[in-house]
Design a protein around this ligand. Structure first.
Ligand code: AHR
Length: 494
């Protein structure tokens, strides 16, 4: 590998380390909000969970969905809690008690120092509900909805900057699914109305729900044809899994994520050319993760419960490697991916798990996410990487060494994130660090495990945790480090 200070790809937008809380399963009720829990604050939010989120330093949290938002009436979640209705949430076939809504969530996010990426309902609703919610949240005072917020005890506007125009509107599972033309028109008119209220907001239009959607690419082109000058980002979503228990092929799927990003960029740039626009569309990868462990078992869940255990994937060590590779892929595309949200944050496909009323713990995937978010801020450098390659069932020429380099000019820290995907062999990393004279290794943290199926759970919370025993060192301007087979590595230099 060769790293040069001058080979800059892009500044990392800190929002690339975002996450997501949906009204889904026990993400809110029993997850972040659990008034009966010993660590709950005066508003009912668990402080032990908040502390774990702070360890990651999550900069932005998408809310309130996901599929949930496409049937959500935001008005149900504001005002005195005793007057709020219980509603059927059709997305997850659950009962939504509405004890937590916009104001409670905003107040909680503030305690975390996190921004909120608010989604509006373009499934069952449209321009009117979206503009009213924005007025409620961002207008200072003197209008119906801003004064309503004030009457609910929130004098200062929430000042939400980033807004999603609906969620996965191409999907047949979405309540209020649209064709690309229907959605493109609706998103464009909603954006226009919202910007008239608050021109400072940034807007995300829905791209395809997956790369394998039948309308993929055509959807992006049509939606952008209608919205190009109105929106700032186009969204991407993806989830991977190892259902057929083929780890080599599983870990190779980060290539799919990379192809997906590159293809969506190509479509964005095609529309830019078509419109002779000066504007470059950036990407919001606002749902990404591993999700497959619970898909079948969740089908047996009794409907219409409040906060049942939905999507509670227990993540293995190999899942943490996959999440690490996905983080590396996002960072390597930091010139166009400005926002990304690990979906999700607590209990539902999440790095943090809880027992309602009981303990909280960190899943295996917590660690690469935490490493990347805490240490991956700065400028992504373009490393030159020569790595052995392998072929898997679906992919060819998969680099064994998956890596990215971030240089933080403020702290003068250089960080290499690397996954060794080799099933058997450790890799000897040799890296020429040009322009970084006198740098030495200050940490070589490794996540490794002899058992790829090892998990953390309530009984055994530390079965998969990183250690700082890596052997990376600098000798005459070269890093030498052994990266164990199947491992996530973070090498920090200063
Ligand atoms: O994150 C879980 C679900 O996955 C979201 O609600 C939806 O947008 C996606 O299909």
């Amino acid at each position: 590998m060769i790293i040069d200070k001058e080979y800059k790809l892009a500044e990392v937008d800190s929002r690339i380390f975002g996450s997501f809380i949906e009204h889904l399963g026990r993400a809110v009720y029993g997850g972040i909000f659990d008034p009966g829990h010993p660590s709950a604050d005066e508003y009912g939010f668990r402080q032990d969970v908040t502390a774990m989120i702070q360890e990651i330093g999550v900069p932005i949290i998408r809310y309130p969905g996901g599929n949930f938002v496409s049937g959500y009436n935001w008005e149900d979640g504001v005002g005195p809690v005793k007057d709020r209705p219980k509603r059927l949430d059709l997305a997850w076939r659950a009962t939504e008690p509405n004890e937590v809504g916009t104001n409670e969530f905003m107040r909680w996010a503030k305690t975390l120092n996190a921004d909120v990426m608010m989604a509006v309902n373009l499934g069952t609703r449209g321009v009117d509900a979206a503009r009213n919610l924005l007025e409620y949240c961002n207008h200072p005072s003197g209008s119906y909805y801003s004064d309503l917020r004030i009457s609910h005890g929130f004098t200062k506007p929430h000042g939400i900057k980033t807004w999603c125009l609906g969620n996965e509107m191409d999907g047949s599972w979405q309540v209020g699914q649209k064709t690309a033309v229907e959605y493109g028109r609706l998103a464009s008119e909603t954006a226009k109305a919202m910007r008239l209220i608050d021109p400072s907001i940034e807007l995300v239009a829905c791209g395809s729900s997956f790369r394998s959607m039948p309308t993929y690419a055509e959807w992006e082109a049509t939606v952008l044809d209608h919205t190009y000058e109105q929106v700032d980002y186009l969204s991407l979503h993806t989830y991977y899994g190892n259902a057929d228990n083929d780890i080599a092929n599983y870990l190779a799927k980060s290539l799919d994520m990379d192809y997906f990003i590159k293809e969506v960029i190509a479509v964005c740039d095609y529309i830019k050319a078509k419109k002779r626009s000066k504007k470059t569309m950036n990407l919001s990868f606002d749902e990404w993760n591993v999700w497959f462990h619970t898909i079948e078992s969740d089908m047996k869940i009794e409907p219409w419960q409040v906060a049942s255990s939905q999507l509670e994937d227990t993540y293995t060590f190999e899942d943490a490697l996959m999440v690490g590779s996905m983080l590396i892929t996002l960072l390597r595309n930091a010139d166009r991916v400005k926002i990304a949200c690990l979906a999700q944050l607590v209990n539902a496909i999440a790095p943090i798990m809880t027992v309602t009323g009981g303990p909280a713990w960190r899943q295996s995937i917590f660690y690469p996410y935490m490493h990347a978010s805490v240490y991956g801020r700065g400028t992504v450098l373009r490393p030159i990487v020569v790595s052995p390659l392998y072929d898997s069932k679906e992919y060819t020429d998969v680099p064994m060494l998956d890596s990215v380099v971030v240089y933080n000019e403020e702290t003068e820290e250089l960080v290499i994130f690397a996954v060794n995907k080799s099933l058997e062999d450790s890799l000897l990393l040799e890296c020429d660090i040009r322009g970084f004279e006198d740098y030495r290794v200050i940490q070589h943290s490794i996540l490794e495990n002899g058992n790829v199926k090892a998990v953390n759970n309530v009984y055994q919370q530390d079965a998969v945790i990183p250690h700082d025993g890596g052997d990376a060192k600098v000798v005459e301007g070269w890093i030498h480090a052994s990266l164990p087979n199947l491992s996530w590595n973070m090498i920090r230099l200063q």
